[in-house]
Design a protein around this ligand. Structure first.
Ligand code: ADP
Ligand code: GN1
Ligand code: MG
Length: 367
């Protein structure tokens, strides 16, 4: 078996109740958080094996309770609607004792999903149609979970999209400046500080009861939807680690952040980083149709704020991680988190420039 941790991976896989012996497991995907492997068994069947990042997700058993609850719920709904229960939501595999989360001797937490075959997972948009597809998938996901008992969900990362709290953490990292990196980030730091008040806009509306709390995905990156190779439809929403009560605006905003541009998230040449209104429009059209009229007037009005604050917040998180020495997001080269932060801030400035047009697009599709 080929793998970077052959023995451990082999031992972990042998504890799961799978169809035949696994013969290969190789690192897979481009997520920033978990360690993902593509495993293949003797019959050529594929599985996704993941070591959950327990530095970030402190209670992986509780997390897997969320994932099992949500995927079972979705599967029931898909079945009733005559959909494909094997491909339209993830299937969690269990070990021989029935556990969805397996521990290794060092306390590492592992899980296995069936690999959803014949799909494409995009790292970058190929065109406007992709964003419409992904928008429909995330909108539909939110609508399907509208009746899910939110009180049964564990909060897997406390205050995950509490933007003012992210701002406070950034100020603390700046104050400590443990890696002595603040000097090289002066422009990025000033950009964030000039938007301190913006950070609170959505949380204040939530506290005032003007925006509803819904069951949301909270990590709606392009590569968290699997697109059917044949039909081009976004069939399966994955990466359910952060499904928690949240704001619909954040799910809208996070895809806009990542997808409504044609650059890499860590692009160093900022002249290549441009927010795209046409891509934003395709995504908005898809998302609103996926939500099927479920959003309130206030939510619709504040969708552009979702885009701006998710982008700003993510930039703040990248910058904080850079200042703290890159302990949260995986990096593959020095300065990568600062580059990621800078792309986010360039996109925020573009959105500020295109603000009226962004609201106009929402109005066009919600009439
Ligand atoms: P991370 O939290 O690190 O982003 P993900 O759960 O998103 O981890 O998985 C990383 C990548 O693995 C995804 O972007 C996708 O390419 C692939 N992947 C994950 N689950 C599946 C699955 N069930 N079927 C097919 N591919 C998957
Ligand atoms: C992480 O897990 P992944 O790579 O889909 C992060 C998101 C960030 C994103 C930035 C649990 O997403 O919140 O927006 O990186 N996930 C977590 O690319 O922190
Ligand atoms: Mg992911």
């Amino acid at each position: 078996m080929k793998s970077i941790q052959t023995e451990l991976v082999r031992e972990i896989l042998s504890r799961f109740d799978l169809e035949g012996a696994v013969t290969e497991a190789v690192p897979y995907g481009e997520g920033h958080i978990n360690d993902t492997f593509l495993a293949t068994n003797e019959h050529g069947r594929h599985y996704i094996l993941q070591r959950i990042n327990t530095e970030i997700f402190r209670d992986p058993e509780a997390l897997m309770e969320n994932v099992c609850g949500v995927t079972d719920y979705l599967r029931g709904m898909i079945e009733r609607q005559g959909g494909d229960t094997e491909r339209e939501t993830m299937r969690v595999r269990r070990d021989r004792e029935g556990l969805a989360c397996v521990r290794d001797p060092e306390g590492g937490a592992w899980r296995v999903y069936d690999f959803v075959e014949r799909t494409v997972c995009l790292q970058r948009v190929r065109g406007a149609e992709d964003l419409k597809t992904v928008g429909e998938a995330f909108g539909r996901f939110q609508r399907m979970l509208a009746g899910y008992p939110a009180e049964t969900l564990h909060e897997t990362i406390p205050r995950f999209h509490d933007t003012p709290d992210r701002y406070e953490k950034f100020e603390r990292a700046l104050e400590a400046d443990v890696c002595k990196r603040a000097g090289e980030c002066a422009e990025a730091i000033a950009f964030v500080q000039a938007r301190k008040r913006d950070c609170g806009v959505l949380m204040e509306l939530l506290s005032a009861g003007e925006l509803p709390l819904r069951v949301t995905h909270n990590d709606t990156k392009l590569n968290n939807v699997l697109i059917d190779e044949k039909t081009g439809r976004g069939i399966c929403v994955i990466d359910l680690d952060t499904v928690m009560p949240g704001l619909s605006l954040n799910d809208f905003g996070d895809t806009v952040r990542f997808g409504a541009n044609d650059c890499e998230e860590d692009e160093r040449d900022l002249t290549k980083v441009n927010f795209s209104l046409p891509l934003y429009e395709s995504f908005t059209e898809g998302f609103l149709s996926g939500c099927g009229g479920a959003l309130t007037e206030k939510e619709l009005e504040y969708l552009p704020w979702g885009a701006k604050l998710m982008t700003l917040e993510c930039g703040v998180r990248f910058l904080t991680d850079h200042l703290e020495g890159d302990h949260y997001f995986k990096i593959h080269r020095e300065g990568q988190n600062l580059d990621r932060a800078r792309t986010q801030f360039k996109l925020v400035s573009d959105m500020e420039r295109d603000w009226e047009a962004m609201s106009g697009v929402v109005r066009k599709y919600c009439l």
